[in-house]
Design a protein around this ligand. Structure first.
Ligand code: HEC
Length: 268
């Protein structure tokens, strides 16, 4: 298949469908998903992510091939499904983004500020390297059971912290994550709100991120999803790879454990 040509086709499709976004309904997105079938435009981002992984980068000009995502240096297949997990070399629990930051600073010589500078795309951007890397890494766990680490005490403490954060009410509206995500079958402005405190809700949500956002034409990571929901909650900006971001994702991963990874998903 010609990559360039398919990219054009998808772009046109997305353009057409974004016109219908004005009358935003879930039905429209279901139709779109049906049309695409197994074809997810994220495939191009996945290709990019793989290239970025193997490309020398940073002041040290080395690739990420020696990066240990939890299953040993360079092992990518199956790694995402077992994140977040405890890493003895940093004595902390990390999600994929925190781990990539570690590898980029340690192996490639980038600074934390450089990695965290602009991890996620803004509207209209074509995607960041971090988004591409995460898309590829997650794709390498497709079909595998969500199995975040919970054997280590710090992994269990991270889950507890995530649960606390999930129910923690704050900000000008006194919202918590639970305010919007604790009940089943609720909607906000036509968008379905998953109940993330139950296994089915958390499993469906967690397994489908990172995801291709149809309305934005880019791949978004679960870290971005956390940040954007924090924004909806009118909370301070969530930092990628931070303890809070890792804890929230641990809470969701553990609640959804056992379900099969199906990322990258397709979202409105
Ligand atoms: C004001 C309501 C609100 C609050 C508070 C909120 N969210 Fe959300 N959340 C949403 C909406 C709306 C969506 C769907 C967004 C969309 O489709 O664009 C969503 C989507 C999600 C998803 C993706 C679900 C899926 O299946 O794709 C996750 C995961 C999530 N939120 C987690 C959280 C977490 C964790 C918090 C607390 C930090 C939180 N949310 C706080 C409204 C909220």
């Amino acid at each position: 298949m010609n990559k360039g040509f398919m990219r054009v086709i998808f772009t046109v499709l997305i353009g057409l469908w974004s016109v219908t976004l004005l009358s935003d309904t879930e039905g429209v997105f279901d139709q779109y998903r049906e049309m695409l079938g197994d074809d997810n435009p994220a495939i191009f981002v996945i290709f990019d992510g793989e290239e970025i992984w193997y490309a020398p980068a940073g002041p040290k000009s080395v690739s990420l091939e020696q990066c240990d995502l939890g299953l040993g240096p360079g092992v990518v297949e199956g790694a995402y499904a077992q994140l977040p997990r405890y890493f003895p070399d940093v004595d902390r629990v990390q999600d994929v983004e925190a781990r990539l930051e570690y590898c980029m600073t340690q192996l490639q010589g980038l600074t934390t500020e450089e990695v965290r500078g602009k991890p996620y795309s803004l509207r209209g951007d074509l995607g960041t390297e971090l988004e591409a890397l995460v898309a590829w890494i997650a794709d390498q766990s497709s079909g595998l059971a969500i199995a975040p680490g919970q054997a280590h005490a710090k992994e269990r403490a991270t889950y507890a912290l995530g649960e606390n954060l999930f129910y923690y009410r704050a900000g000008p509206h006194d919202f918590s994550c639970a305010t919007c995500h604790e009940q089943t079958g609720r909607r906000i402005r036509l968008q379905a709100l998953p109940n993330l405190t139950t296994h089915p809700g958390a499993a469906e949500a967690y397994s489908s991120w990172p995801a291709y956002r149809i309305s934005q034409g880019i791949v978004r990571t679960m870290g971005w999803r956390m940040r954007d929901c924090m924004r909806q909650q009118r909370m301070p900006e969530l930092i990628m790879g931070s303890q809070a971001s890792v804890a929230l994702q641990t809470y969701l991963a553990v609640n959804g454990a056992g379900a099969s990874m199906a990322a990258p998903g397709l979202k409105r």
